[in-house]
Each structure stands twice: as structure tokens, then as C-alpha cells.
Write a protein that binds this ligand. Sequence first.
Ligand code: NAP
Length: 286
Amino acid sequence: MKVFGNTQIFGIMGHPVEHSLSPIMHNAAFEALGIHAVYVPFMIKPEDLGKATMALRAMNVSGVNVTVPHKGGVIEFLDELDASAKQVGAVNTIVQRNGKLHGYNTDGSGFLLSLHKDGHFDPAGKKVVVLGAGGAASAVAVALASAGVRRLVIANRDKNRAEILAKRVRRNFDRETLPVALDESRALYWLIRESDLLVNATSVGLKGSERLGINPNSLHRKLFVFDLVYRETTLLKMAKRRGLKHLDGLGMLVSQGARSFEIFTGKRAPFRVMKNAVEHALKFVK
Ligand code: NAP
């Protein structure tokens, strides 16, 4: 990669950020399309988020992705939000146009695209349990509601956050949405038994052996299991052992990244190149 005086700058703001595969994915895409641009990691402490976001303008940074823990907090420093970012209440993509910062959320569309394309699963009319109520769960819940699910259960360790997310979904969509606590194990057992799709949108599983405490017997034969974590988690191992259809978060990672790339550049993303770059990188971090 050659960097010139007129090379455009993109990046990712997070804390931590060193684990992110986005620099590898986006730089591979820039190179494949011959775009003079570079994508770098920005480690931003929560207390510096305002200053860092303002600096995007001052430093003429063309666009950034935003990751944990800044997806919600960054909103107050932006000029415009698209509809999905407003509904989700979180931003994962910022682009600078004429000195204004525009915020988008591509996690939800990335999730749906992967569910359809990689999982061959259509959520319309289905019953779904989403585990988690953070930024990713919010994007997934809003996307599923917009895709026409019949019932959405939001199960979180902190039930209060599940209630807040359920209210957010109901504000935008006329869908049955039920908040439960992860430790309401009996209720959760039956809600999963009655569902078609189980999505893990908590961060549990990032560190290989962590468990969510889901009763394995709730994973019935027809359940589709989607784990946003892009490695084989305990939940995915359980699904595999039981012969269930399942998907990890790799396809979503690439789909949300491809959509961000299109917002950044206005060009069609080289999906295969981005996916290959991520798969190759994962061989070295596993
Ligand atoms: P977040 O906003 O920090 O939310 C974390 C969620 O995990 C909360 O619901 C939290 O519950 C729950 N949680 C954390 N530790 C837990 C534990 N020990 N037991 C039970 N629940 C626990 O993070 P996020 O942005 O939503 O990200 C969540 C996951 O999705 C991460 O693994 C991230 O890498 C992944 N992700 C993947 C993609 C992709 O493209 N594949 C995209 C976005 C995110 P409380 O509310 O009770 O604390």
C-alpha cells in the first residue's frame, strides 16, 4: 500500500480497537478497486469521544466505523442521522460530506443480509429470541421487526435494558415484543422452544469457553441459531452437536463492512475480497 499526499483517510474508532478486523477488510477492498485510501485504527477513550469526533472534521478524515463502546455516545456529536441509526439509537458508520458528519447503522442490514444469503432463513412471520440488549442487539431487533417477524423476545442479563429495547422496537414497529431476564430460565426455556430463530447478540462467547446459561434442551430440532460472535462459541458448539442449522457472525461482519464501504466510497463493495481478507486474518488470531 502506498500513501500519497492526497490519500483519503478512513478508520475505526473504538476502545479497545486492536482486535478489529475492519482495517484488514477495508484496506483489502481499497487495494482491489485501486482507490487511493487508507483505513486505520483509532483507539479513543470514552472521555475523548467528543474531541475525537470533532477532530474528524479538522483532520479531514473522510469516514469512520464506530465500535464498542462508542456506537450510542457518538450520536450527539453528529450533524445528521439516517433512518436506521435513528431507529436503532446507535451509529457504526460516519461519513464526512462538505464538513458535515452523517451517521448510519449498517449492523442491522448486515445481519439480515447474512441471515438470508448465508443462512437461507427468511424471518418474516417467524418467532425469534434475541439474547442481549446492547448496541448489536438493538440493530438486530430493529432489523428483525422491520423484516416482519411475528414475535420478538429480548432476553438480557439486565432486564431493565431489555425493557428499554423492547419499547424502542414497539415505538417504530407494530410487533409483539417481550422483554425477559436471562435468569428467568423457565420462561426463557419455553420461549426458545416455541421459536424459529435464536440470536446471540451478547458479547458472551468472545472468549471461547464463556457460557450464557441457556438450557441445552431448549434448542429444539427446527431452531436456527445465529451467533454474532465470529468464532465458534459454546452456543454454536451446542447447536452443531444437536444438528441444528447455525451461523456465526463472520458473514454479518463482512456484510455490514461492505455496506459501510459503499457509503464511504459510493462504489460497489468487493465482497469476496473483503471476506477472503477477514478469513485469512482469522487463521492467525484463532
Ligand atoms: P454491548 O453494547 O457492550 O452489549 C453487550 C451485551 O452483552 C449486553 O446485552 C450485555 O448484557 C451482554 N453481556 C455481556 N456480558 C455478559 C455476560 N457475562 N452474561 C450475559 N450477558 C452479557 O456490545 P454490542 O456492541 O452489542 O456487541 C455484542 C456482541 O456482538 C459482541 O460480541 C460483538 O463483537 C458482536 N458484534 C458482531 C458484529 C458482526 O458483524 N458479527 C457486529 C456488531 C457486534 P447487560 O446489558 O446485562 O450488561
